[in-house]
Write a protein that binds this ligand. Structure first.
Ligand SMILES: NC(=O)CCC(=O)C(=O)O
Length: 300
């Protein structure tokens, strides 16, 4: 049976500002946390009610030593995010950080509500494996364990789906979030120079256009002097439901702020009623977890 769309809750405001913090990251965690706190404060002061960040260097060599025990309350990164979210009364998509849990390491994004509480925790579902001889070879599964659940969360600004980086390549996940009523999918990401130039823009727009919703991506800033051979692509962006770029960063440090007008989704879906044109008699999306739980699954 195909997944039936779940109508989302309707928050009071149709429009809100989202800030993307494309931050430099160094191996010194305290420095990253202090910088992120300052930039989060500035974004909130500029009126953003949803802020997405990246706060950790992406390197298989150093990620394990940055691991934090989120469930055990030993996470300086999440403590800082909670403190700022509560003080500023904003929602923060705070990803991603290496999470230590039961002797394993996950690539995890926490969504923090304006009360400072963790509303959802997404563990990257699709681990990045790539081998292009002479260019890039990387096996995330040597370091990380994959998550097991899609993550959809009701926040003050509406229902949001979460993916991390390589998760963006899997259209089924985005379709599933749309069918569960998300108006926005957030992908904290660290794309690289090898795949970023050709595909980064294309994939964000594809996920937005296929599902007629907003897509936000947030990357670290590129460090041209980094010793790691994984060079960050950057270009954090906010894409609208018609594939339009609402705002986008370059590759350097930046805070970019754009407006999400949720009413645009309805307009686009009325203008171009893809949902009604879908050929359920020929193909269908199966939301495995939702069907086996027998009810709506939303992490709010
Ligand atoms: N760290 C990642 O998941 C990178 C994904 C990526 O670059 C891709 O091409 O996919």
């Amino acid at each position: 049976m195909a997944a039936v769309s779940i109508p989302p809750p309707q928050p009071n405001a149709t429009k809100y500002k989202v800030a993307l913090l494309q931050l430099p990251v160094s191996p010194r965690k305290e420095e990253n946390i202090a910088r992120a706190r300052a930039r989060l404060d500035a974004a909130a002061a500029a009126g953003a009610t949803l802020v997405e960040i990246w706060n950790c260097p992406y390197s298989m060599e150093t990620l394990p030593s940055h691991g934090e025990d989120i469930d055990g309350g030993a996470s300086p990164s999440v403590s800082m995010l909670s403190e700022v979210a509560a003080r500023r009364r904003i929602t923060i998509v705070g990803g991603s950080i290496p999470e230590r849990s039961s002797g394993r390491l996950f690539n995890t994004c926490c969504v923090i509500g304006p009360d400072g509480q963790i509303k959802a925790k997404h563990r990257k579902l699709h681990l990045f494996e790539i081998d292009i001889p002479g260019d890039i070879t990387l096996r995330e599964s040597d370091t990380f364990t994959a998550g097991q659940e899609p993550t959809i969360v009701d926040t003050d600004v509406g229902r949001i789906g979460i993916g991390i980086c390589h998760d963006i390549r899997f259209p089924e996940l985005a379709m599933l979030y749309r069918s569960r009523g998300a108006h926005l999918i957030c992908y904290p990401s660290a794309f690289n120079m090898s795949t970023g130039q050709l595909l980064w823009d294309l994939m964000q727009k594809s996920r937005a256009v296929d599902n007629q919703l907003f897509v936000v991506t947030c990357s670290p800033a590129r460090d041209p002097n980094a010793e790691s051979d994984y060079m960050i692509w950057g270009h954090s962006s906010l894409i609208g439901p018609f594939g339009e770029v609402i705002t986008a960063a370059g590759h350097e440090e930046a805070t970019v702020i754009g407006e999400i007008d949720r009413s645009m989704i309805q307009t686009i879906r009325e203008n171009l009623p893809l949902e009604m044109q879908r050929r359920d008699d020929l193909y269908q999306l199966v939301d495995v977890r939702r069907e086996s739980s027998g009810h709506e699954t939303c992490a709010a």
